[in-house]
Ligand binder design. Structure first.
Ligand code: NAD
Length: 305
């Protein structure tokens, strides 16, 4: 049995739930929890009608925090979304309050599985989940720049006419404005992408990766599909003990901060963070990105005093 609980049945939570039904990764029980109980119930009813068309059945129902006790994975997608012009870090204080109430409830029933965090600002919300849950840090994974990495691969693939699945490269640091693309590490086949794209193309792609959430939010109000499918892929890697590499937000004890680095994911969460060998400019940008996150973390700590 594989049981997943989604806390927060909004755009992201339900894009994930829908992708879960369609992708059929072997989850047998999917529980929907939301502060708006009617919303969770309506979504469960609606989604159950999709199950008839899926290859294998998954039991889907609206639940409550007691359902977290024996869950394998809890996916946190509750909280406030960005409005037009808002940065992810602008959401920090409101979503901290949301997480405090949710994680207190989950601690109350006892949960020893793995948290996947998607709520923004995702790096800091992952740190908050780690600190409030009392679980080992390898059991808390932030979706981090997995979405930005998917966007990078898509845009590079489009530019050179190759499937994004064959573009290798990662976006590091904050899932947000200070994120870093180490371009000299992006490859297609055995070829560094550096030789295939002009400087102008690379800076356009860098800007597009960084700004795509703003662009989508200005047009449709939220982003959901990329993160929904990405979270399913990450869930599969955990449940199947895949030892697959993802660029996700994980804990750096030296910095006491979560930020995105390529890491190996297994049944216990983050098995190992891969060492980075960055050029000096990228190294400096990553340090600045970590500082941005630590500054936001410190503002939160200051307010929580
Ligand atoms: P949404 O407003 O559609 O959904 C949020 C849901 O959370 C709502 O259904 C709301 O009722 C619920 N909720 C609020 N407080 C709650 C509580 N205390 N307990 C239980 N449920 C509660 O928002 P969305 O568009 O789904 O976005 C959710 C979060 O995901 C936002 O923070 C957004 O910025 C983030 N997001 C992250 C990524 C990523 O790559 N990590 C991508 C897109 C969006």
């Amino acid at each position: 049995m594989n049981k997943v609980v989604i806390i927060g049945c909004g755009n992201v939570g339900m894009a994930y739930a829908y992708a879960m039904v369609v992708r059929n990764i072997g989850v047998t029980e999917l529980v929907l929890v939301d502060i708006n109980r009617a919303k969770a119930e309506g979504e469960a009813l609606d989604l159950n009608h999709a199950v008839s068309y899926a290859d294998k059945g998954v039991r889907i129902y609206a639940g409550n925090y007691a359902d977290c006790r024996d869950a394998d994975i809890i996916v946190l997608t509750a909280g406030k979304n960005q409005e037009i012009g808002e940065t992810r870090i602008d959401l920090l204080h409101k979503n901290y309050e949301v997480f405090k109430s949710i994680i207190t409830e989950i601690n109350g029933v006892g949960f020893g599985g793995i948290y996947i965090v998607a709520t923004n600002p995702v790096d800091i919300m992952s740190l908050v989940t780690y600190k409030l849950s009392g679980l080992a840090h390898n059991r808390i994974i932030g979706s981090g720049t997995s979405l930005d990495t998917a966007r990078l691969r898509y845009l590079v693939g489009e530019a050179i006419g190759v499937s994004p699945n064959n573009i290798h490269g990662y976006v590091l640091g904050e899932h947000g404005d200070s994120e870093v693309i180490p371009w000299d590490k992006v490859t297609v086949g055995l070829n560094p992408i550096d030789k295939l794209l002009s400087l102008a193309q690379k800076s356009q792609i860098t800007a597009d990766v960084r700004n795509s959430a703003y662009d989508i939010i200005s047009k449709k109000g939220n982003t959901a599909y990329g993160i929904g499918v990405g979270l399913v892929r990450l869930t599969r890697a955990i449940l199947r003990n895949e030892n697959a590499i993802f660029c996700i937000s994980c804990y750096d004890p030296k910095e006491n901060m979560y930020y995105s680095m390529p890491a190996i994911i297994d049944r216990d969460g983050v098995r190992e963070i891969l060492p980075l060998s960055l050029n000096s400019a990228d190294k400096k940008m990553l340090e600045q990105s970590i500082t941005t996150l630590k500054d936001a973390r410190d503002t939160l700590l200051e307010r929580a005093k």
